[in-house]
Design a protein around this ligand. Structure first.
Ligand code: HXC
Length: 291
């Protein structure tokens, strides 16, 4: 069971309860942790949703659970492999038949594993490019005609893996660099037609599937990684939810072509020796402000 949002989100978040009432969000990868939380936030704030995934049973189970968060919420699911645009087109058709429209798209289906380049076969590299990059293109291509009708908005799930070299992540890093580029192209091609295109790049988020599978380590390593994050901790699913809601909300109506990085400042700490500095830095930061 992924780390999910609860009804509490409506009580603790800063957003209006019915912010997305009457709207429909279409989500790829919605059964996984990050996209699941993004979907939950949209549904809690009034949207109906469609969760698509390669494993139809997993997507259906996620849809049932998300629908329970808000009485009256309609949450559908379809088996879709984002590598095959025809499966997305069919899900889009069925979504419009059942729910009438698509206002928002979250393109989040992704695959990842740690592997050095020597351990990465050509097919392994291609597989991740196919899911993350080609899958994002296919999702955009299949949903843009519906977004044109509603003057909708798309949020790609990106990452910070590609901002600098990161060992064992050649495949998703290359893919996410492409996703960011695609996102910007859509922003400029479709902005004049009323569509906004942005990306959200999560940093390390507590309790997600990706972190538990890829970010495993000892308590000592965890403490060390906290020291590399300016805000001193991993993020929460609520913080991912808030970033996503912001990008779709009227508060971001003049925001397009952007990546919103929600990582506590982690990727900015590029110096390899930074881990030696935090306590010294903290003392310096406490000194009076000299003008
Ligand atoms: C090296 C590997 C590998 C591994 C698979 N392959 N796992 N190579 N190390 N650990 C190789 C296989 O040997 C094969 O190459 C090729 O990849 C395709 O593998 P398949 O299993 O046939 O592919 P498929 O069934 O399509 O599965 C795709 C997948 C899988 C990406 C490999 O892990 C998957 O479905 N993942 C979806 C869920 C997921 O990963 N979510 C995490 C997203 S988190 P050969 O040459 O043998 O044919 C995220 C955030 C990251 O993205 C945050 C970082 C901290």
């Amino acid at each position: 069971m992924p780390n999910t949002l609860s009804q509490d989100y409506k009580r603790t978040c800063v957003w209006k309860d019915d912010l997305f009432a009457g709207k429909v969000v279409f989500v790829t990868g919605g059964a996984g942790s990050i996209c699941r939380v993004q979907t939950e936030a949209m549904v809690l704030l009034g949207a109906d949703a469609v969760i698509v995934g390669r494993n139809g049973d997993k997507a259906a189970a996620a849809a049932r659970e998300v629908a329970e968060l808000r009485p009256g919420a309609k949450v559908l699911s379809f088996a879709v492999d984002v590598r095959d645009i025809n499966t997305i087109l069919e899900a889009v058709k069925q979504t419009v038949e059942s729910l009438g429209r698509i206002d928002y798209v979250i393109a989040g289906a992704a695959g990842n594993f740690l592997a050095p380049i020597t351990g990465l076969s050509a097919n392994a590299f291609k597989t991740v490019i196919d899911i993350d990059l080609n899958g994002s293109f296919n999702t955009a291509k299949a949903t843009l005609p519906e977004l044109l009708k509603t003057k909708g908005s798309v949020v790609f799930v990106s990452a910070t893996l590609h901002y600098r070299g990161l060992p064992f992540q050649a495949h998703p890093a290359a893919a996410k660099a492409g996703v960011d580029s695609l996102m910007k192209t859509i922003a400029v091609e479709f902005g004049p037609l009323g569509i906004r295109s942005n990306a959200l790049a999560p940093g390390p988020i507590e309790g997600t599937e990706g972190m538990s599978r890829l970010g495993k380590g000892s308590e000592h390593n965890r403490q060390r990684s906290y020291e590399m994050i300016p805000l001193g901790r991993y993020g929460t699913t609520q913080e991912i939810a808030d970033g996503t809601v912001y990008l779709f909300s009227p508060a971001a109506h003049y925001v397009t072509g952007q990546v919103l990085v929600v990582d506590g400042g982690q990727w900015q700490t590029t110096s390899p020796r930074m881990d030696a500095y935090p306590s010294v830095m903290l003392e310096l930061a406490k000194q009076p402000n000299k003008i």
